[in-house]
Design a protein around this ligand. Structure first.
Ligand code: ATP
Ligand code: MG
Length: 451
């Protein structure tokens, strides 16, 4: 199918009987099964599709299950009390079971340029009339048209609840076996339709340990620039999926290899590519390794930390320049964070609820050097202390912060409050100082060295 006219009539599917594949109802969530059966019992066709089927075939635990059907959204809505229709142009049904949501999509016709990713994203409005009627006639199709809204062959396998067969239109099963990500249709056309597919290729290859088929990877470097046209809010979602799924380091290396990283974090990319960028690169790699470890250990991860890792190299560099222009270290760091974050926002939305604390933890980095007095004591009580301290450890591990300072703060935290006060030598008196230029200059050492 790949070499032919991409929108040519698809061949009939290869239908694999239950006995010859490994997708078992025992591994499908009970909520997804409820939805599938209710649709089937009402006389509609109902299939499981997408990452859920792919992951079951790979023996992985699916993140979620997507259902497709020939029932129109209004008909789905009538079948379920716990149902909500979302999206204006391409309506989807969300069937809710507590916190679990099963997304039910109606087969979509060709030419609607759906991205299967929810309404309003990457859709070409211009090719559609605003008149609901015409739109509706265009929108719904049959299962063999629905494959065109899928990206990779391994994401276009349909599990039929009526007889538990697996429908394969695009040789997806072969590609599962050889662990290959292959775009359906002409790659250039599909990337132009939705440039996020380039990021999805990297993300899924990294996460599933797949390789990208030669014809699917060939155009990526040349088309990487198309990411410029993707709305920054959508890129934020994609970036979290790329870096919070346990394969952050690998995703990062691949994004760089395919020249995609530059369009996500241009300022970072510029610093990493400088002749003396090796240390910054090491720093980012360490940060991502740390993120992957946290995911593996089921610890929480936050965009605040992720963006701190990516933005620290350009912020640090700009701060150094600003110091050269005479700004104090603290002022330089604040100003640099402010400018780099503002510039980054043009590419990827970075919501304030993460950006503000991120700036705080970066600003705290220069304050760690001061280990005595009320300011140091205050640092320990700061609500971002833990995050800022984790960031300090990361810097120390890469040799860009003094390991001895990091050690000192590790010990300071572990002391009982009474001794903490003593170590910091700050007393409890709250003193307000107005002069910005005066900052604590207590030397290294203190209570711990004596011990
Ligand atoms: P994950 O395991 O990370 O959820 P996924 O493949 O299931 O991976 P989803 O974003 O959940 O990814 O999308 C579900 C399905 O919708 C995909 O398997 C694919 O068939 C289709 N899809 C999603 N995004 C796109 C896109 N941008 N272009 C084409 N098809 C897409
Ligand atoms: Mg999914």
């Amino acid at each position: 199918m790949n070499s032919e006219d991409p929108k040519a009539r698809p061949r009939p599917p290869r239908i694999v009987p239950r006995a010859e594949h490994t997708v078992s109802r025992a591994d499908v969530s009970s909520n997804a099964l409820k939805v599938l059966y209710r649709l089937k019992n009402a006389g509609y066709s109902a299939f499981l599709v997408g990452g859920g089927v792919r992951d079951l075939l790979l023996g992985r635990h699916p993140k979620d299950f997507d259902v497709v059907t020939d029932a129109h959204p209004e008909q789905v809505n009538q079948l379920f009390r716990n149902c909500r229709l979302i999206g204006r142009r391409f309506r989807l049904a969300h069937v809710r079971f507590g916190r679990d949501i099963i997304e039910v999509a109606t087969f979509r016709a060709t030419g609607t340029n759906g991205n299967g990713n929810g309404p309003g994203e990457g859709e070409d409005d211009r090719s559609h009339s605003d008149s609901g009627r015409i739109l509706r006639d265009n929108v719904y199709g049959s299962i063999d048209e629905d494959i065109w809204r899928r990206d990779f062959t391994v994401n276009a396998l349909y599990y039929n609840i009526a007889d538990f067969t697996l429908w394969d239109y695009t040789n997806g099963l072969e590609d599962i076996k050889s662990r290959t990500l292959r775009l359906i249709g002409d790659p250039v056309t599909r990337y132009r339709e939705d440039p996020v597919r380039m990021l999805r290729a990297v993300r899924l290859a990294a996460k599933l340990d797949f390789h990208i088929a030669p014809e699917t990877e060939a155009p990526i470097r040349e088309l990487a620039e198309l990411l410029k046209d993707v709305p920054p809010a959508r890129l934020f979602d994609e970036v979290l999926k790329l870096f919070h799924a346990g394969a952050a380091l690998k995703s990062f290396e691949m994004l760089r290899e395919y020249h995609l990283f530059h369009y996500l974090f241009p300022a970072t990319s510029a610093v990493l590519n400088e002749p003396d960028g090796a240390a910054a690169l090491e720093f980012v790699r360490e940060g991502l390794k740390n993120t992957d470890e946290r995911v593996r250990e089921d610890k929480p991860v936050t965009p605040m930390f992720l963006f701190a890792v990516f933005l620290w190299p350009p912020i640090k560099k700009l701060a150094e320049e600003l110091r050269g222009e005479g700004l104090s270290p603290v002022m330089a760091l604040n100003e640099a964070s402010h400018r780099i974050v503002a510039e980054q926002q043009l590419h990827i939305t970075f919501p304030k609820r993460f950006a503000i604390p991120m700036k705080e933890i970066l600003a705290m980095q220069s304050r760690f050097e001061n280990r005595r007095g009320p300011r140091a004591a205050k640092l320990l009580e700061h609500k971002r202390f833990r995050a800022a301290y984790d960031f300090l450890l990361l810097r120390a591990r890469c040799g860009e912060a003094d390991a001895e300072i990091a050690d000192w703060w590790t010990k300071a935290q572990e002391l009982p409050p009474e001794q903490q006060r003593e170590a910091l030598g700050g007393g409890k008196k709250k003193r307000r100082r107005r002069s910005k230029s005066r900052r604590g200059r207590a030397g290294a050492g203190g209570a711990f060295d004596a011990a």
